[in-house]
Write a protein that binds this ligand. Structure first.
Ligand code: SAH
Ligand code: SF4
Ligand code: F3S
Length: 494
């Protein structure tokens, strides 16, 4: 592959061999920047861009990287889809995520007619499905750039190719072992952020498309992660969330495959990573999503217990409470093993609370299986439950199973689970009233300009009265009342 290097001595930029991918991408950013400047002069106004994100925190983090590149090449970032450049970072975990993207693309056809100079790009998990790309090629010709989850670092290069080649650019990689860092990125909040610690997933739960669209597990090096956290703490960040599809198998694949990795500050596992980050001054809260129950080893439990900055709300995806369903889901734990793990965690970690993900209506789920799920929910008393109706995903084993649960039954079960969860949350909310909670203030309340909103260690939303200068600070507040989806608090001074 021809490489590119910025050569300032030559008074310009030239192509050479043997330079890094990062330098190569900076070259394309510079080229796009010149093009944007010329366009802006022609139009007599700045060019705008908008990044629309679907899906999980991994996608949200990728969008920060995309936004950083767009800013670097000279676009002014706006929130509206009436921009000169619109990129959709897509999700395909459930069918409705997919349908929403097609809906938006349909509308964009008309918008683009009125602004023929605009560009539309698509990236993310949906683009890793060949049927999707075929459909786009046939019926959505107004899309300009399409790329997947493995090569977002090439964003500037792909925009440059679209500008110079004048046709739809498609670049999808099946998988990758590359991790390209050090490109521009724009973090959404100045006080809390996500940090990728590993990419991909090797678990192949039989309902899930993620391993097919995000590729095999690969961990970032301990040194890169720790240095990034240190840098963020110097910039004033208070809360960091370690991101990965299976965070507690961090570095495990590398160890199993004897891939050499450089130990840094004693980090050689997820538990030691938590301990090392806990020591970084300035950081006040550490969260992580998602761990897998099968990899929740004792050293991780001990690290959570010992590290005062690690939030004591742990997300522990259950998916189903039935041992039989869990087996077919390929989750590799039984109902009893899950409950025993919860018990062990509760015993060892003071003030532990749990959140979870549950799928209702997986193929073959009987009334008894579903009751097992309700039983686990009753026993564990989760702080927060993300509930999903099973959605068939092409290419996964679940889609090929014959005993699909009828839609009507799935919906009825979902409503029953929802009612149970809501009653438990209402009960739990009452326990907060009168307690003192530490909250990180995140911004103004959406519904009331005079109120601020923050989150407890256990991720509960708390609304308080206060000035904007409290945003980004950690405060102790007394909870004075509870509502279904938020708590009200007051600071000691009030
Ligand atoms: N790696 C993470 C998250 C994966 S996707 C984990 O293992 O927890 C987030 C959630 O979406 C999953 O936990 C699961 O509950 C849900 N999900 C995944 N595939 C689904 C499907 N086909 N239908 C419905 N929900 C699904
Ligand atoms: Fe999907 Fe299972 Fe991997 Fe999570 S662990 S991403 S649910 S395959
Ligand atoms: Fe969706 Fe991809 Fe995340 S499929 S849930 S955006 S990993």
């Amino acid at each position: 592959m021809a490489m590119v290097r910025q050569d300032h001595n030559m008074g310009g930029t030239m192509l050479t061999e043997h330079i890094s991918e990062v330098e190569r991408q900076y070259y394309y950013m510079e080229q796009c920047h010149s093009w944007i400047k010329t366009q802006e002069e022609k139009l007599g106004r700045p060019l705008t861009a908008s990044v629309i994100t679907f899906g999980c925190q991994m996608n949200a983090r990728d969008s920060e990287k995309l936004t950083g590149i767009l800013e670097k090449i000279g676009y002014t970032i706006i929130e509206s889809e009436k921009a000169d450049f619109v990129i959709y970072n897509t999700c395909t975990v459930r069918e409705n995520a997919n349908l929403r993207v097609y809906g938006r693309l349909g509308q964009m056809k008309h918008i683009k007619k009125n602004n023929p100079g605009m560009m539309i790009a698509l990236c993310g998990c949906m683009m890793q499905e060949p049927e999707v790309v075929e459909k786009l090629k046939k019926s959505y010709r107004h899309v300009d750039v399409i790329f997947g989850t493995h090569n977002i670092f090439k964003f500037a290069e792909l925009i440059y190719r679209r500008i110079t080649e004048g046709q739809m650019i498609i670049d999808i990689w099946k998988d990758t072992d590359q991790i390209v860092e050090d490109l521009p990125n724009d973090r959404k909040y100045p006080f809390k952020t996500g940090i990728n610690i590993m990419f991909g997933c090797n678990n192949f739960c039989s309902y899930c498309i993620v391993p097919y669209v995000r590729g095999r597990e690969r961990s970032r090096s301990p040194k890169d992660i720790i240095e990034e956290v240190k840098e963020l703490s110097e910039k004033g960040y208070k809360e960091i969330t370690l991101l990965g599809q299976n965070v507690n198998s961090y570095l495990r694949t590398e160890k199993e495959k004897n891939i050499s990795f450089e130990e840094y500050e004693g980090v050689n596992s997820f538990a030691t990573l938590l301990r090392a980050i806990n020591k970084i001054e300035g950081i006040e809260r550490i969260r992580f999503v998602s761990p897998h129950p099968k990899d929740f080893t004792d050293d991780v439990i001990e690290a959570i217990r010992d590290c005062e900055k690690v939030c004591k709300l742990i997300h522990l995806p259950l998916q189903s409470g039935s041992t039989q369903v869990l087996k077919v889901m390929n989750r590799k734990y039984t109902k009893e093993q899950y409950l025993n793990l919860v018990e062990k965690m509760k015993k060892n970690i003071p003030n532990l609370t749990l959140s979870t993900d549950i799928i209702v209506g997986f193929p073959g789920e009987t009334e008894e299986d579903f009751e097992d799920t309700l039983d686990v929910v009753k026993k564990v008393k989760f702080e927060q439950v993300f509930m999903f109706i099973y959605s068939r995903r092409v290419g996964t084993p679940g889609d090929k199973m014959e005993n699909q649960v009828p839609e009507e039954i799935k919906h009825k079960r979902f409503d029953r689970l929802k009612a149970l969860v809501e009653s438990q949350i209402a009960e739990r909310n009452k326990e907060y009233v009168g307690t003192i909670q530490k909250i990180l203030i995140e911004g103004k309340s959406k519904n009331n300009d005079e109120m601020l909103t923050g989150r407890t260690d256990s991720n509960k939303v708390v609304i308080i009265q206060g000035n904007d200068d409290l945003i980004g600070k950690v405060l102790s507040v007394e909870i004075v009342s509870e509502h279904m989806w938020y708590l009200k608090g007051k600071t000691e001074k009030e």
